[in-house]
Design a protein around this ligand. Structure first.
Ligand SMILES: CC(C)(COP(=O)(O)OP(=O)(O)OC[C@H]1O[C@@H](n2cnc3c(N)ncnc32)[C@H](O)[C@@H]1OP(=O)(O)O)[C@@H](O)C(=O)NCCC(=O)NCCS
Length: 196
């Protein structure tokens, strides 16, 4: 039987804005169910996911405090989280790189980057950024401190972003990750995102 085509669900788009380095291969050879899974695990392709908003996203009650970068313009907090999560603590972007990659982009607005703040320690435990282009909202750099995961922090950030995108006229939200990054893929699927 012909193996399922991965080109149907995975395509290489523009360079992803949240690509980790040194990806492990979380799927073991014995676990893979079919050819496409073997390929995904082996080459860790960029995966583009999207969701269509048909109505204003429902606001869910959450214990996570979410504030904008305009309210809390801490570049150091972002660099710390990014370095720990995407660079595995082995490196950290310079402030000028952060400015180049985010603040100086023509689409960037400080009201469209959000922090999740721990109420107990008042520290930043997560972040997400929104780019809006016409009716499309693009998610950039969703990240949650490993110590704060599986408590709905990313869900709270994403709900805030989707609401803001809807208010800006976006009806389609896209995200890019790597096919081998299982927590991210599972998270987006749980939130209703599908391979584009
Ligand atoms: C992906 C990420 C943002 C999720 O953050 P989070 O705050 O733990 O997510 P939430 O608690 O809001 O949502 C959890 C849901 O996502 C899915 N999920 C999250 N992590 C998972 C994991 N390790 N394995 C399986 N499912 C997972 C589950 O459906 C989970 O629901 P459950 O806890 O009831 O099973 C976080 O793991 C992270 O920062 N990863 C590294 C950076 C990254 O991948 N960013 C996104 C792509 S650029």
């Amino acid at each position: 039987m012909r193996p399922p085509s991965i080109s149907r669900c995975i395509r290489i788009g523009r360079p992803t804005s949240c690509r980790p380095i040194g990806n492990s291969l979380p799927v073991q050879r014995g676990d893979v169910a079919n050819f496409s899974e073997i390929l995904r695990a082996a080459v860790s392709l960029p995966l583009r996911l999207e969701k269509t908003l048909f109505a204003a996203p429902v606001t869910v009650a959450t214990s996570t405090t979410v504030v904008t970068f305009a309210d809390r313009p801490s570049i150091q907090d972002w660099l710390r989280l990014h370095g720990e999560i995407f660079l595995h603590g082995r490196d950290v972007w310079t402030e000028s790189r952060f400015r180049r990659e985010l603040l100086e982009r023509d689409w960037f607005l400080p009201q469209r980057m959000w922090w999740a703040i721990s109420p107990a320690s008042d520290t930043a435990i997560g972040a997400i950024t929104l780019e809006v282009a016409g009716d499309v909202g693009q998610i950039h750099w969703l990240m949650v401190d490993p110590a704060a995961r599986r408590r709905g922090v990313a869900a709270a950030l994403l709900a805030t972003l989707e609401n803001a995108a809807w208010q800006c006229g976006a009806s389609r939200i896209t995200a890019e990750t790597l096919s081998s990054w299982e927590p991210a893929v599972a998270f987006y699927r749980r939130q209703g995102y599908e391979a584009a």
